[in-house]
Ligand binder design. Sequence first.
Ligand SMILES: Cc1cc2nc3c(=O)[nH]c(=O)nc-3n(C[C@H](O)[C@H](O)[C@H](O)COP(=O)(O)OP(=O)(O)OC[C@H]3O[C@@H](n4cnc5c(N)ncnc54)[C@H](O)[C@@H]3O)c2cc1C
Length: 369
Amino acid sequence: MKEVLIVGSGVSAWSAAIVFAKKNIKVRVLSKNDEVFGAQQLSPSGFNYLNELIDKNFVKKNVEKILQVKITSINKNKFTVLTNFNLQEKFNTYNSISRRVLIKLLKESAQKNNNIKVINEKANFLLKKNAQSIQVLTCKGNILESDLIIGADGQNGICRKYVCGSDKKNLKKIFRLVIEDNKLHILSKNLLQIFLSDKGHFVVYPFNINNKKFVNYVFVPNKSFEEISNSNNIPQYHPLIKVSGWKMSLINKNTEIKNNFWKNNLLLFGDAAFPIEPHLAQGGNQIFKDAVFLKKNLTKSNKIEDIVQKFLDERIEEKISLQNKASIFGKILGFQNILSLSRNLFISKYSKKFINDFFEPIWNNNVDS
Ligand SMILES: Cc1cc2nc3c(=O)[nH]c(=O)nc-3n(C[C@H](O)[C@H](O)[C@H](O)COP(=O)(O)OP(=O)(O)OC[C@H]3O[C@@H](n4cnc5c(N)ncnc54)[C@H](O)[C@@H]3O)c2cc1C
């Protein structure tokens, strides 16, 4: 393989670009500019993999440390702290980072390599050239082809559709909000907070961009409440977060998801390949792990069949297990009535063991590079 064409310009596109370019393969990135919003959590393994892709100092300068997970239940304006789990004992590099900054860091790092060329055109269609390969038709009418095409255009992009067909849509509402505020930032400093209510759960954590301080909020409505929840009524559900400006997005639930990730010379990467529900905050972290895995295996062979086989042998099982765990964890967070009481009791009694046992293999799981 001498050249690669990457469709997309998010976390997975730039991570893949970095890896291929370092192996002296020519990379063209078809980039469509999108607005990027909010922050994401970097679990310890994700943080380590990211450090293998870009300069450690850049990462260090732009992350914010999360030292504790605090889970609180809210019942009729009454707050009960169920657990205050200290991450430092086992997970001492849990962090958050602005998504915009993250993509900027990856992109800048990728573009330092002369093997990379950016084409600011959207991929409009994939055309079948012959039995083995496809071409990409861009919005400017250019037809591009390459030995290998990486589909890194997200879970609703044209590449996933080409490989997997249309996923049966099973969408769930999720709401996000970002506030720039020093006082709120101080109140949530070093904390990953989860508030469980009968309407849904909130996830709150701080992040920064340069010296500006932000707090990232997520609200996931419970099943019976999803229908009527909208961006305007979220402030009523949490006595302390009476702020408007929530943005709604629709996420794909992992039921009946198709796990094909290649067809002809098109290999899917990132969310396009393995969408994961957001409840474990692993989508992005897994991309870094995949990129490091790719880096390691490209050294041995850069044939598409070999790369695919390696992913099948060594990564698929973990991906499917994560998809299932994320889905189950989301359901538990969304328990209502009697089930929520049992869940809360369980958290207050066993959270330390649960977090260690359940999250240890997910958060501390490193590959050799
Ligand atoms: C608000 C938010 C918070 C998150 N929090 C976490 C977290 O805490 N921890 C975690 O690990 N993960 C988190 N995730 C998930 C993680 O960010 C995603 O898994 C990751 O961003 C997926 O990256 P991607 O590049 O595969 O796909 P996407 O981010 O969907 O990017 C796809 C890219 O392809 C481009 N594109 C689409 N179509 C075309 C086309 N036709 N031609 C050219 N380009 C195209 C788009 O412009 C975009 O740049 C979060 C995601 C969101 C949205």
